[in-house]
Design a binder for this molecule. Structure first.
Ligand code: PLP
Length: 509
């Protein structure tokens, strides 16, 4: 029997073969898992138009047991499966730090244009002038947005950008007679990729304390003294940071780190909050990465696709990966491979081209005013939600009466609700029942929800989310145990997360 892949509901109730799938209030038809019917065909193959040849038995094997199905049944199968996906296109997705914003369809239109989508990466520079121009302009856009001198489009994701930039910092110091500089400092609320990228570049990472979500500058000085200024390579910081706060002492931190002879690296994952409002170069960053898939709207999640271009000050330009797209005086474009001090390549070919087409399209469509508007609305939406929810969901860093607003996201630690006997997981799982994606949890604070609404959510969506969260709080106050089995109204019930990771069952048995 041949079966299509189905996700097996892993339920705590042990009722894994229930046929009735209930989603929201509407019950859908029972799922029939075996779709194959002997003799059905989805397509007619064209008649043989080459001479018939008898292949050796060893090559033919026993034949493959493919499902047989008509085109319409095939279509409905995959359409139903896709309907069970949770997506930005279908639902509210406030996954903190990930900037799950709407991806305008014009991006997809541009990326699918045959002149862009059908290029071969080995084509000669002279045949792909339009594509190179697009890349060169993307470089210019990101240089202007960052205020830094040169952008390299090669890294394939944010973490990859961190890795590339740290390699460059190491190469720069080696070249300048300071190979011992291999310690990176980072705030204790740094994203997990930051320390990981450092170790991959042979650097050790030391944490700097944060107080109320902000970097403790005295501890930064202490750490520099402790490890020796001459050994520090960089201070790696995200701003606005992972507590959802813009660290306004960043320029002071930059001065401290520059006095130690080290560099300031900005993790630019949160650029959505400051586009066109301030430039990283203005607050002292020497190198940074962009997450184009977050800030500049490319569909992402589950590991890809993405692009993590880096921007650097002049002194690091000789070390950038090759090839670099450049423009000659006559206005022609080419890929420059002639950089003696380059760290080399960090991926195949030139870059994640399709993602950068979307990035170019998004930035071009928004323009400077549009990008500023993105940042303003992202921050407004987050503050609106935070203000509406703070009485019930406590927020350690949000205190508007004392001038402490959030940036594009905020963190809640709902202690009063947790004291009623629910776990944070219960709250997150109940959100699934309301078709809301659970937010980022357990980071930057151990038990928290990090909520990022993004600028593309409408006021009705935000208001609905407020009522969902208040409703969940009401359920907890009435009977905390009622959340223990959540989600109860979704496609799958609560999974045994350990078993799901260690012994995933991906086939319906
Ligand atoms: C998403 C994110 C990263 C990693 O970026 P990827 O593109 O997923 O590799 C790094 N830092 C922060 C703060 C992030 O939110």
């Amino acid at each position: 029997m041949t079966t299509f892949m189905e996700i097996k509901p892993t339920t705590s109730q042990g009722d894994s073969k229930s046929n009735a799938v209930v989603r929201g209030a509407r019950a859908v038809e029972p799922l029939i898992f075996e779709k194959s019917v002997a003799g059905q065909r989805a397509v007619d193959l064209p008649p043989l138009d080459v001479p018939h040849a008898d292949l050796p038995e060893e090559l033919l094997g026993d034949g493959i047991n493919l499902p047989e199905i008509g085109q319409h049944d095939l279509m409905t199968h995959y359409t139903h499966l896709s309907d069970r996906n949770f997506s930005v296109d279908g639902n509210f997705y406030p996954l903190g730090s990930c900037t799950m914003k709407h991806n305008p369809r014009i991006n997809e239109w541009a990326a699918a244009l045959p002149g862009l989508a059908s290029l071969h990466p080995l084509q000669d520079d002279t045949q792909i002038q339009g594509a190179l121009r697009l890349l060169y302009e993307t470089r210019c856009f990101l240089e202007e947005i960052s205020g830094l001198d040169e952008v390299c489009l090669q890294p394939a994701a944010g973490a990859h950008g961190e890795y590339t930039a740290l390699k460059i910092i190491r190469a720069y110091f080696k070249d300048n007679g300071q190979p011992q500089r291999n310690i990176v400092l980072a705030p204790d609320n740094a994203h997990g990729t930051n320390p990981a990228s450092c170790s991959m570049c042979g650097c050790s990472v030391n944490m700097v304390k944060s107080i109320s979500g902000y970097t403790d500058l005295d501890d930064l000085r202490r750490q520099i003294d402790k490890h020796g200024a001459e050994n520090i390579a960089a201070f790696m910081i995200t701003n606005p940071n992972t507590a959802g706060l813009f660290d306004s002492k960043i320029a002071e931190a930059a001065d401290i780190i520059h006095d130690a002879g080290a560099k300031l690296y900005l993790d630019g994952a949160n650029m959505n909050a400051i586009l066109g409002k301030t430039r990283p170069a203005d607050f002292g960053a020497d190198l940074m990465h962009f997450n184009t898939h977050k800030t500049f709207s490319t569909p992402h999640g589950c590991g890809g696709p993405g692009a993590g271009p880096i921007a650097v000050r002049k002194e690091f330009a000789p070390y950038l990966p090759i090839p670099q797209v450049i423009m000659a005086d006559d206005g022609s474009f080419s890929l420059d491979r002639d950089r003696q001090k380059s760290i080399g390549k960090v991926r195949s070919f030139t870059c994640q081209f399709g993602v950068l087409v979307r990035c170019w399209t998004y930035i071009s469509a928004c323009g400077p005013e549009g990008l500023r508007n993105v940042a303003e609305k992202a921050v407004l939406n987050a503050n609106y939600l935070a203000a509406k929810l703070r009485d019930v969901y406590e927020m350690p860093y949000f205190d508007p009466e004392n001038g402490r607003f959030c940036a594009h996201e905020f963190v809640t630690v709902p202690e009063k609700l947790l004291a009623k006997g629910v776990t944070l997981n219960d709250i997150a799982k109940r959100m699934i029942d309301y078709d809301v994606h659970p937010p980022t949890m357990h980071w930057p604070v151990h038990d928290c929800l990090m909520i990022e609404p993004t600028e593309t959510e409408s006021k009705p969506t935000l208001d609905r989310f407020v009522s969902v969260m208040l409703n969940i709080a009401k359920q907890i106050n009435e009977d905390a145990s009622s959340l223990a089995d959540a989600p109860t109204d979704a496609t799958i019930r609560r999974a045994d997360e350990v078993a799901a990771a260690r012994k995933p069952m991906l086939i319906w048995e």
